[in-house]
Structure formats: C-alpha cells, structure tokens
Write a protein that binds this ligand. Structure first.
Ligand code: KIV
Ligand code: NA
Length: 276
C-alpha cells in the first residue's frame, strides 16, 4: 500500500475530505491503518486518555516518542504525525527543531504538530526548513489551559475570529502543510478554509473544514470522564469491554473457562511416562 505523505495530504484539498484519528499504541495504529484513515495523530491527548492526567501539561518528549514508536510499528500506510508536547518547542527555535527531529529519526512519524500560531511562526519556519512537515493548531489549544482558565472554545467574537483568520494565514506563510482548527465557530472555520490554500482539519469546527480529526477513545466510546459537544461516539466499547471482562471473570469463577478448546493435552504415551 502506498504511504500517505504530507504533500499528498496537501493536494487533497478541494478533491475530497481528509480523515484523521489519534492513536497511542501498536494495536490502535494497526486498527486505524486498517480503517484506511489518511493521517494518524499521536496526540498529546495521550496524557488524558491513556496516562490519566487532568490535562496535557505533564506529557513529555519521552512519553511521546515511546508511544509514537509503538504506533509506528502498527502502521504501514497512514501519515503519522507526532504531537509536540508542552515545553518541547516553546522555549526556543533550536529546541523546537531538535525535538521535532526526534519524531522523524526515532519513529516513523513523517510530520509534527505544534499548538499555536503567532508566537511560534519562527519555530514553524525553522522546523520546515529542516525538512520536517509541520501541522499548525489554532483555536482551543489545550496546552494553554492555564492561561485560558479551562478548555474554552475561541473565536466567538468578531475580533478574535478575525485574529484566527490572520493566524491561519501566517501559519500557511510559515510553511505548514495543514492546520488543525479546534473548537471554533463553524463560520470562522469556513472562512479560514476558503482563505488558506492548505487543508484545514477540524475538531469542533463544523462541517466546512477540509477534513476532520477525533480522538480514538472518543470515537470508540472508550473514554467517559467527559464528552465535549463536538464528539460523536461511533461505538460503545467501554460498556462492551466491561461486559466482556465481567464474563471472563464469571467463567473463571465458575470453572467454565478455560474450556476444552482453550488448552492442549499430552498424548497418551508421553503422559504414561510422565506419570511414572
Ligand atoms: O492531542 C490531540 O489529540 C490533538 C487533537 C485533538 C487535534 O491535538
Ligand atoms: Na494535542
């Protein structure tokens, strides 16, 4: 199967919608790749849905590389994007390039994503100049949870909407191959999508973006701590998982598992010798 590349994603704009899901491990990567998604984002949402943190601020480069490498081993087709965690790029342009590079040299990721627009244009330019495709991310940027005072949608008034449009244009000029638009009004996402020539990938940004992204655990209904309005659960695997595990426990307690198909036996001759 042909590998999806950042330039291939770019050329899909205006041709068809682009699909993205997150994944955090080998089996999740395999499942997403089998579903033929275009891009697999190893998101720093890892911190919340897999590691159990309250927010994404504690996620480290080590965490991200460990999980991106695991996803890499399960994926042969989709474009894998490594999400740059809090403080892996903010302190300096040099640090941003070095850490972005680790995703490509230590895993099969062939692009990185970082949150924010205006403050990080120099970082984006330097990473792109190093040969690493960058996906921007504006609107609700969870690494700013402390500054925003919670996970809050952006761009609701005319001036902040206009600032988002400018920020998207600046990210395009800085060399991003696509931009995630998170939790912004659909009208703003539509305007940005019409104004930039790179694909917009929406999450909570309405139907008019060039593509969509959702968190793996949300799509499958595996995570129930909270469900943002923009999430649609396409399955209810948490409930199914609990009932499967309960059935397993019941059968072990009742002595009905393992059944005769679930184990092997010695042949009669060997058994006789063994028992002597
Ligand atoms: O970490 C993540 O999962 C993300 C997506 C929601 C865009 O950044
Ligand atoms: Na993220």
């Amino acid at each position: 199967m042909k590998k999806v590349t950042a330039p291939a994603i770019k050329s899909l704009k205006g041709q068809r919608k682009i699909t993205t899901v997150t994944a955090y491990d080998y089996s999740g990567g395999q499942i997403a790749d089998a579903a033929e998604v275009d891009m697999i984002l190893v998101g720093d949402s890892l911190g919340m849905v897999v590691l159990g943190y309250e927010d994404t601020l504690s996620v480290t480069m080590e965490d991200m590389l460990h999980h991106t490498a695991a996803v890499s081993r399960g994926v042969s087709r989709a474009l894998i994007i490594g999400d740059m965690p809090f403080m892996s790029y903010q302190p300096s342009v040099t640090m941003a390039v070095e850490n972005a590079g680790k995703f490509l040299s230590k895993t099969s990721a062939r692009a990185v994503k970082l949150e924010g627009g205006f403050p990080f244009l120099k970082h984006v330019e330097a990473i792109v100049s190093s040969g690493i495709p960058v996906q921007g991310h504006i609107g609700l940027t969870p690494q700013h949870v402390a500054r925003f005072g919670g996970f809050k949608g952006q761009g609701k008034n005319a001036s902040s909407a206009a600032a988002l449009v400018d920020e998207a244009l600046a990210l395009e000029a800085a060399g991003c191959f696509s931009i995630v638009l998170e939790a912004i009004p659909s009208e703003v996402a539509k305007e940005i999508t019409e104004r930039v020539s790179i694909p917009t990938i929406g999450i909570g940004a309405g139907p008019d973006t060039d593509g969509q992204v959702l968190v793996y655990h949300d799509i499958l209904g595996l995570f129930d701590r909270f469900t943002p309005k923009f999430v649609k659960k396409f399955a209810a695997l948490r409930g199914e998982s609990i009932s499967a595990l309960s059935s397993y426990c019941e059968e072990v307690l009742a002595g009905t598992f393992p059944g005769k198909d679930n184990f092997t036996s010695m042949d009669a001759e060997e058994l006789k010798i063994f028992k002597m």
